[in-house]
Each structure stands twice: as C-alpha cells, then as structure tokens.
Design a binder for this molecule. Structure first.
Ligand code: PLP
Length: 393
C-alpha cells in the first residue's frame, strides 16, 4: 500500500479497527508499551485499546483540565462508569457517598446498576434547602467512613454551587477518594483536580463539544495507577470513543474557551433581564446576588463567570395557571429557542422542569435554560416577545 505523507493542519482520523504490526519484535513492544507507557504508546494495536486520534484529543483536554491524564469514552455515562468502577474490588468495596443533587441519569445508574446489580453500599447526602450543610457532612463522613465521595460543582436544575474546596478537603481528610462531575462548571470556571479531587468526569456531549452533535465523555486525573486501571477497564468493557467522534470533538474544542466565555456573558445578561421582568416570579442564576449560593460561586469561579444555565419561574395565581403560562411561553419561544432535553449547545435551549423532574420538582411554572452564544440583542428580543404573548393571571 502506498503511504501518503502530508502535513495536515488537523488531527488525522485513524479509522483502523486494528493497526499494522510489522514483526514479532514490534508486537512484543506494543504489548509492553501498553502496560508501561499507557499515556504515549508508540505503537498501536487495536482501536478499542488505544487510538492515535483519540490520544491527540485527550491531550487537548489535559491542557484544559491541567492534569496528567484524560481518557475519552463514548458518553458521559460511560466516563462515569469507568471512573467509579475502578474503585470497585471484590470483597474490598466500602460505602460510596453520593451527593443527591446530581444528574438524574447518574442517580438512576447508582440505583439500578451500582446498588441493584452490583450490590454496592450507597449513601446519599442531601442539601438543607439550597445549601449543603458542612457540619452535617462532617458527621456523615465520620459515621459512614466512605471509600468514595461523588458530587457536582453546580446542581441541576436549582444551580446550587457547592462549597467544593471544603467538600474535597473534608472528604480527603476522612480518607475517601473524591470524584467530581464538572460538566456544568467546565474547566473554564474551575479545575477540581487543582483542589485535590482524584478524578473529574465530563459529559463532553455538552459544553466541551458544544454543538449538540457528538455523544462523548471524558475522565481526567493525575494518579498514574488510576490511569492504568481506567485504561484497562475502558478496554475490557469497550467504552472507547470512535476516531471520528474524537476528531470532531478535537476540532470543536478549539473554540471551547471562546464559546464558554460567550455562554456566560449571554446568560448573565439574560438572567438580569428576566429577573427584572414583571411576569417572572423568580430567577435562579448563580451570578445574581439573589441566588442563595452567589457568594460561593463568586469565590469558586474567581470572577470568571457563572455558567450558562438559568432556571426561572413564571408568575401565576395557582399551580395550574403557572403551568399554563409556562406552556404558553414555551410554545411562543419555539421558533427561536427549542425545547430540547440537553444543554451546552451554541443555540439556547429550554426545558420544562416539571415534565422532566416530575415528583422531585413539581414546579409547574419553572423553566430551565441552557443559554447559547447567539447575538445577545436578538436573543433578548425573542424572550421579551414571548413573555409579551403570555397571560399570567
Ligand atoms: N453528567 C451530567 C451533569 C449530565 O448533565 C449528563 C447528561 O445530561 C451526563 C453526565 C451524562 O452524559 P451523556 O449524556 O453524555 O452520557
């Protein structure tokens, strides 16, 4: 086969399922390298183990999370599965403590996979109102002595910003490994590994890829043994990302910081406009002084922004009227802002909280926004126009 030798400005896409190994010595070296140099194999064997396109994009993420390793997977959920599973060992698995305000899919995975199928001892830590009570956490850590603690920096849909530094240091002091899902805050706002977390996971389906066109996940860390364990687990269960998706993620990551800065700016302006509007009852946005965890967010994110997510409540005399107003608003917005059950796209998207979270948040007038990077005046005009069209009494 003729080799084509060109200098590309992009990461080449290696679509091979298995790679060419020229002789016995090369095969031996490939298998040795796989165990001894997991980060930079010179020779590739099989795409499910390692793929050069994927490795190049993992390096882009390492630069963003400022860490020693990053491993891409087919989805955020598979990144979570790898990150947690490496700490499960027969006969040795302790209790795992999960903060309750985390992605619903993760909560279901905890119930249906970790607890129901694998029999792991699970405990949940609940907030007191809009805050996690650190005194309560201290007690819980002392009583439970968890092997592992897992939480998210910003909750969904209430956007509670946790006192992450304190949580990490308390959990570490209690002897737990600490895992953080950083999907909502992103490495633009903070890097949990710099504050002592052991592993960070992301749904790269969201802001990292940012265009609602890739399903991907990533886990990142600094500990070499955790990296080896994660590479091994990802390989055995086949959670590897495809080269094509990695290529597109790599291209889209080039604009991540630019995009996220704009997401934050648009969200901050829109949150203020909504908060000042007569038909809006309440706006939850960590950038507003009225948000119960505003000061916490300011400290944690160091003035870089407050994220792209806003949750707001439309006025109404009764729950039925609030529900009607929310439905009217969603329908009036449909031309500009679609109802889509995801977040992190360049386009603003909305969700009706009650229809997704049902019993947990029976809030009929509540809408969650993932604010995009549109031209702001046009975006604001679309919201004001839709609010004009709804009756709130
Ligand atoms: N973590 C968070 C915070 C999420 O919002 C999601 C999905 O919405 C996930 C993880 C799971 O990611 P994925 O859908 O890419 O598997």
């Amino acid at each position: 086969m003729k080799k084509i030798d060109v200098q590309s400005t992009r990461i080449p896409i290696y679509r091979d399922a298995a790679f060419f190994l020229s002789d016995e010595e090369t095969i031996k070296k490939a298998f040795r390298d796989e165990l001894d140099h997991p980060r930079s194999p010179e020779i590739y064997i099989y795409a499910r183990y390692r793929n050069p396109t994927v490795v190049a994009v993992e390096e882009q993420i390492m630069a963003l999370e400022e860490c020693q390793w990053a491993l891409l997977t087919q989805s955020g959920m598979s990144a979570i599965d790898v990150a947690l599973s490496i700490f499960q060992k027969a006969e040795e698995t302790g209790t795992w403590l999960f903060f309750s305000e985390i992605y619903g899919g993760t909560n279901s995975y905890i119930d249906r996979v970790l607890q129901f199928r694998r029999g792991i001892n699970i405990k949940r830590f609940y907030p007191a109102g809009y805050r996690y009570d650190l005194g309560q956490l201290e007690k819980e850590l002392a009583e439970t002595k968890p092997q592992l603690v897992y939480f998210e920096a910003m909750s969904n849909p209430m956007l509670i910003v946790a006192d992450c530094q304190s949580i990490i240091s308390m959990a570490k002091k209690a002897g737990a490994v600490v895992l953080v899902d950083n999907t909502f805050a992103t490495p633009y706002l903070w890097n949990p590994l710099q504050h002592g977390a052991d592993i960070v996971v992301h749904s790269a389906t969201k802001f990292l890829s940012g265009h609602n066109n890739i399903t991907a996940g990533v886990l990142c860390g600094n500990d070499a043994q955790m990296e080896k364990d994660a590479i091994e687990y990802r390989k055995f269960v086949g959670h590897m990302l495809s080269a094509d998706d990695a290529y597109r993620l790599g291209t889209q990551l080039r604009t991540f910081e630019l995009r996220f800065g704009r997401h934050c700016q648009n969200a901050a302006q829109l949150a203020k406009t909504l908060a000042d509007h007569e038909k809006i009852e309440k706006v939850l946005y960590p950038g507003l002084e009225s948000h119960p965890t505003h000061n916490q967010a300011q400290r944690l994110f160091n003035g870089k922004g407050f994220g792209a997510m806003i949750t707001f409540d439309i006025k109404g005399d009764t729950p039925e009227k609030k529900g009607q107003a929310a439905r009217g608003f969603i329908s009036a917005m449909s031309e500009h802002v679609p109802l889509v059950p995801t977040l992190g796209d360049t386009q603003t998207m909305l969700l009706h909280v009650e229809s997704v979270w049902g019993d947990k948040y029976p809030l009929p007038g509540m809408i969650r926004l993932s604010v995009g990077i549109e031209n702001y005046p046009e975006l604001e005009a679309a919201f004001l126009n839709a609010l004009d069209q709804i009756a709130i009494k």
